[in-house]
Design a protein. Structure first.
Length: 357
């Protein structure tokens, strides 16, 4: 557990809650994760929830406190790994990041017997699999809490079906347990990105929703180092609960600016304005990211798929030519509608590319 003084302002307006003393609620979810670690057949879990709902904070808190929930803690090593990091943009980088974190969490007297299997260079898929199986032989279960799963989907050439199949094989043999945080269920991503690996049908899903009313009240009463009591007054707590309702991010944001207002001699009205501005900014950022994904799908993914039509009937083209052909196919109907081309010309083009005489 974290020692030392609490922060003056205990509310986290952005990012992950790192001090476990400031984490509130999620008792059912924490119990569910711990209960699926126990026994001879650990069950991997997909934590699903929208942005800012608290997935990262939940995983981080579990990694900090899991030993309080498990009787035979010597049988497990639990790590938190944010996949958005630069170390996880290649398959070997992912394995090396996992190995480093696992060994950092192993007690000194166990270090020697458990570290040798991770020394293979390069630490490729086979070496990683062998190391995990060796740990199973020695009675250790690695539990990987993987945050921001979407980051792997940005590199489909690095993390292919074979990568996911290998993880699934290790999970099925009870040598590895994963707790994967994502905004959508993994099987949805499998459909969107055309993955066929059974990895995406992960054992159990936990949907992360808003806090309960009691948890929301508890969050608004977070303590501060400057007093022996809550950081906010009773009136400020009421405002925080009203503005944030039961959403963890909104509650944190409301508490943050209410505390700042009092410190700076500002009014409640000022705090509410800051709260709304930050909330609007967060929404517009999220909307901008959705537009980027949509544009990528429209101008890259869809044209590539359309361009692969000739390949299915015997042609040989790479992704660049697929993209060019597909983009043309996508734009042809638009050119017809605006009168630039005639449907006969479109049909001639399609017949030529498909090899139809």
């Amino acid at each position: 557990m974290t020692s030392g003084a609490l922060p003056a302002n205990p509310f986290v307006a952005a990012g992950m809650i790192e001090d476990p003393r400031l984490f509130v609620g999620r008792k059912d979810e924490l119990h569910a994760i711990a209960s699926r670690m126990k026994g001879d057949q650990p069950t991997s879990i997909n934590i699903v929830g929208e942005k800012h709902i608290g997935k990262s904070s939940l995983l981080h808190y579990f990694v900090r406190t899991w030993e309080q929930r498990i009787l035979n803690s010597n049988s497990y090593v639990v790590i938190y790994l944010p996949l958005r990091g630069v170390d996880c943009q290649t398959e070997t980088g992912f394995y090396e990041a996992v190995a480093e974190d696992l060994l950092n969490h192993v007690q000194g007297w166990q270090q020697r017997s458990l570290q040798n299997c991770w020394k293979t260079k390069p630490l490729n898929r086979q070496a990683f699999s062998d190391a995990v199986k060796e740990w199973k032989q020695q009675g250790k279960l690695p539990v990987l809490c993987l945050d921001d799963f979407e980051s792997l989907l940005k590199h489909p050439d690095k993390f292919d079906n074979g990568f996911y199949d290998n993880l699934r094989s290790l999970m099925d043999s009870n040598a590895l347990m994963l707790v994967v945080a994502s905004r959508k269920q993994l099987d949805v991503y499998a459909n969107e990105h055309r993955f066929v690996s059974s990895f995406f049908n992960i054992g159990h899903t936990i949907s992360l929703k808003e806090l309960t009313t009691d948890e929301a009240i508890e969050l608004s009463r977070l303590p501060t180092r400057s007093t022996n009591g809550a950081a906010l007054s009773v009136d400020e707590q009421s405002h925080a609960q009203h503005w944030g309702n039961r959403h963890p991010y909104k509650l944190q944001l409301a508490g943050y600016y209410l505390w700042e207002a009092r410190q700076q001699g500002k009014t409640i009205k000022w705090a509410k304005q800051q709260f709304k501005q930050q909330l609007t900014k967060a929404k517009s950022t999220s909307k901008g990211q959705r537009w980027q994904l949509w544009l990528r799908w429209l101008f890259w993914d869809l044209p590539v798929r359309l361009g692969k039509i000739p390949k299915f009937i015997g042609g040989t083209v790479d992704d660049i030519s697929n993209w060019i052909i597909g983009l043309v196919i996508l734009l042809l109907p638009v050119l017809v509608l605006v009168g630039v081309l005639h449907w006969n010309e479109v049909w001639d083009f399609v017949r030529d590319k498909l090899g139809i005489k």
